[in-house]
Design a protein around this ligand. Structure first.
Ligand SMILES: C[S@@+](CC[C@H](N)C(=O)[O-])C[C@H]1O[C@@H](n2cnc3c(N)ncnc32)[C@H](O)[C@@H]1O
Ligand code: SF4
Length: 374
């Protein structure tokens, strides 16, 4: 059996990596729970099917250079935010990404780099507040025209939105809107969502739900997502009730992350005994000598910051870890460039030397996700 490096020690994990890990799990959990995005029928389906099959094979074979096209695009509309959630790199002020807005010109340049019809989903959010970009509806509409599922996660506390805006958003074809509302009262909500206004958020969310009903639409799915922590755990039932009153679905997320020194204060009592660093998976869970992995981002996903920088995965919030820029380089030259190939080799081969450049894989909990078990 391959001897795995000891990455479980606390000192080898940065808080950010753990936070990001939980965040990724949470996002995957939402997507997993809600089922895969709908795919359109016909020719596009067949091309997507073939591409996914190639991609699956490349993951299984731990291919370093890829023939497949990416199936997930994470595109940041705005890196800045109006709130100051303390444990978020953006709200906490420790993000190393340029605080920019995605302009329509740059959006088109970036979108044109992709075989858009092969994308399964586009997440128009990462480290900032998507609604700070007034062009967001256009971006969603672009992908909808290509039958690609889109979703956003928003704090909805930016300003009061009117009926016209709400109708434009729900009619844009967006598949899912996740609204981050961590509580049912202003006091508990603003403990984490610092600077947020719960009454405004609820009004805006109701406005979206009403617009959807008015237009007789089946989608988007609108979720009241409550990150559970010590200051809001007594309000779960109230939040669930509020969600129903607003005409949206409720989602309780117990993957709240905070640094070790704040856990006693912040962790909900229901999860306080949970080991913070549960191993991603055990070797015993491996099948056919290869551990299954929850994270395939180096293979199937392309993460693009608002300034065109391509980041190897959604956990990265430092510009120096960018592997290229889609405003000036082709997708293939980045995806199959030396930096990405080195990272893929690094996470699949325990004996391979580190990438030798600033990177996240060395400190990531999913680092050994695809190491062969024997
Ligand atoms: C960085 S935010 C950006 C999108 C948007 N501003 C928002 O808050 O929904 C992306 C996701 O991270 C989640 N998040 C923020 N702080 C978190 C924390 N401490 N632990 C786990 N998830 C967190 C948010 O709820 C959101 O769904
Ligand atoms: S609202 Fe979202 S992006 Fe803004 S500080 Fe909070 S978690 Fe970060």
């Amino acid at each position: 059996m391959t001897e795995l490096p000891i990455l479980q020690k606390e000192e080898q994990r940065t808080p950010a990596s753990v936070w990001s890990w939980l965040r990724t799990l949470s996002a995957k959990a939402i997507r997993g729970r809600q089922g895969p995005p709908a795919t359109p029928p016909g020719r596009i389906d067949r091309r997507r099917f073939e591409n996914r099959r190639t991609l699956d094979e490349e993951v299984r074979l731990e291919s370093i250079a890829l023939r497949s096209q990416p199936t997930t695009l994470i595109l940041e509309p705005a890196t800045a935010c109006n709130l100051k959630c303390p444990f978020c790199p953006t709200g906490g002020g420790y993000s190393g990404l340029a605080k920019e807005q995605l302009t329509p010109e740059n959006f088109q340049t970036i979108a044109d780099r992709f075989d858009v019809e092969l994308l399964d989903e586009v997440l128009l959010y990462n480290w900032g507040e998507p609604f700070l970009n007034r062009h967001l509806p256009e971006y969603i509409e672009f992908f909808s025209k290509h039958n690609v599922h889109t979703e956003i996660s928003v704090n909805l506390s930016t300003k009061d939105y009117d009926d016209a805006f709400n109708e434009r958003i729900v009619a844009s074809g967006i598949g899912r809107i996740i609204v981050s509302i961590d509580g049912a009262t202003q006091a508990s909500y603003e403990k984490y969502r610092v600077g947020g206004n719960l009454a405004r958020v609820l009004k805006n969310m109701t406005g979206l739900a009403d617009a959807k009903a008015r237009l007789g639409l089946d989608q988007p799915q609108i979720l009241y997502k409550m990150l559970l922590h010590r200051y809001n755990e007594h309000e779960v039932d109230d939040a669930r009730r509020l969600a129903a009153e607003c005409g949206v679905e409720f989602l309780l997320d117990d993957k709240f992350w905070c640094p070790d020194e704040h856990r006693a204060e912040w962790n909900a009592t229901a999860v306080e005994d949970r080991p913070e660093h549960e191993p991603m998976m055990a070797l015993g869970e491996s099948s056919e000598g290869v551990m299954s992995t929850f994270c395939r981002q180096l293979w199937d996903t392309v993460v693009v910051n608002a300034n065109g920088d391509v980041l190897p995965c959604c956990l990265i919030y430092k510009s120096e870890q960018a592997v290229g820029n889609l405003l000036t380089e082709s997708l293939d030259s980045i995806r199959n460039g030396e930096a990405m190939q080195t990272l893929r080799r690094y996470v699949t081969d325990a004996s391979h030397a580190g990438p030798g450049r600033s990177n996240h894989c060395e400190e990531c909990d999913a680092r050994w996700c695809t190491v062969k078990a024997s």
